[in-house]
Design a binder for this molecule. Structure first.
Ligand SMILES: Cc1ncc(C[n+]2csc(CCOP(=O)(O)OP(=O)(O)O)c2C)c(N)n1
Ligand code: SF4
Length: 290
């Protein structure tokens, strides 16, 4: 595929380089501020290039995040953040692609896309901003609403069991699985850097409480604990044990296991097909039909 020219590099050195002129309109104390701050910090640490970084988002309060950065952004359709991000990366593998969206976006309407993004292992980072509620539409229960929670709009809570994004991503064999909490911005930044550096599909479950409809800060403050340093990130069984530890919500890298990445596999396949057909480049192949 022809290389798309994306212009001169503009590397992020300071917050001013990456923060857009649009002020966030999230509610006071919303966890999404923490996620945004960690994205800014990760961009500075990694010297990310404004011209070659794209943030794709779903619909929801979380979906607004790209607007508050100077990166290229795509505020897409509800639940379709992963197919869009996959398309962006496949079209131009040189881009750094970050996908952000809510738990409703990623596990309800968009839930069918998660396993396929995992098995394709396209090199992009998926930040799921999990507030365990539908924030933008004013407080309905989401797939991660814990039956222990009492929501402003659901005083009797929910009857269904909640999905666990870490358990799902381990089952789907995501090649990098981590969990962060927006109350710990330094650690969240560190995980975003590691996830973006990971070659393949990386997932950061980012707990991001909704102060308006499901204020879980106290719940998490009592339960979050760092994954022990001795944890072997290549051991999926150990990662599953961490997820299932009662009363604790572990933060850090659960699992990391590199495997072939799709844009690289596509490039190899393309070369092999061209060599076999003797037609040269894809462009020449197209020209042969003119
Ligand atoms: C196809 C479609 N269905 C439903 C909606 C209505 N809708 C907008 S945001 C949203 C859920 C938002 O929840 P979540 O994805 O968890 O994001 P949050 O607002 O909590 O960040 C819904 C159902 C929509 N915009 N498009
Ligand atoms: S409704 Fe909830 S998720 Fe949305 S901006 Fe307000 S606090 Fe954040």
């Amino acid at each position: 595929m022809a290389e798309i020219k994306t212009g001169t590099n503009v590397n992020v050195k300071t917050i001013a380089d990456v923060k857009s002129a649009v002020a966030p309109i999230w509610c006071p104390g919303c966890g999404d501020f923490g996620v945004l701050s960690a994205v800014y910090r990760a961009a500075i640490i990694m010297d990310l290039d404004l011209k070659n970084t794209v943030i794709v988002s779903g619909i929801g309060c979380s979906g607004r995040l790209p607007i508050f950065t100077k990166f290229y952004g795509y505020h897409g359709v509800h639940g379709r953040v992963l197919p869009t991000a996959t398309g962006v990366k496949l079209a131009n593998p040189k881009l750094t692609v970050i996908a952000v969206g809510g738990d409703g976006d990623g596990l309800a309407i968009g839930g069918g896309h998660f396993p396929h993004a995992a098995r394709r292992n396209v090199d992009l980072t998926y930040i799921m901003m999990d507030n365990s509620v539908y924030g933008l539409t004013k407080g309905q229960g989401s797939p991660t609403t814990n039956p222990e929670f009492t929501l402003k709009a659901l005083p009797y809570g929910v009857q269904e069991e909640n999905l666990n994004p870490i358990a799902l991503s381990l089952a789907y064999d995501v090649s990098f699985v981590a969990r962060a909490y927006s109350g710990h911005i330094d650690a969240m930044t560190d995980l975003f850097v590691k996830a973006i550096q990971h070659k393949g599909f990386s997932f950061v479950h980012s707990i991001s409480p909704c102060t308006a409809f499901n204020d879980t800060y106290n719940y998490y403050r009592e339960r979050v604990v760092n994954i022990p340093e001795a944890h072997d990130v290549t051991n999926k069984k150990a990662a599953l044990d961490l997820w299932q530890t009662p009363g604790k919500v572990y933060l850090g890298t659960f699992f990391k296991s590199p495997r072939p990445e799709m844009t690289e596999m596509n490039a190899k396949l393309s070369q092999a097909v061209q060599a076999k057909s003797g037609k040269g480049t894809t462009e020449k192949l197209f020209e042969s039909f003119v």
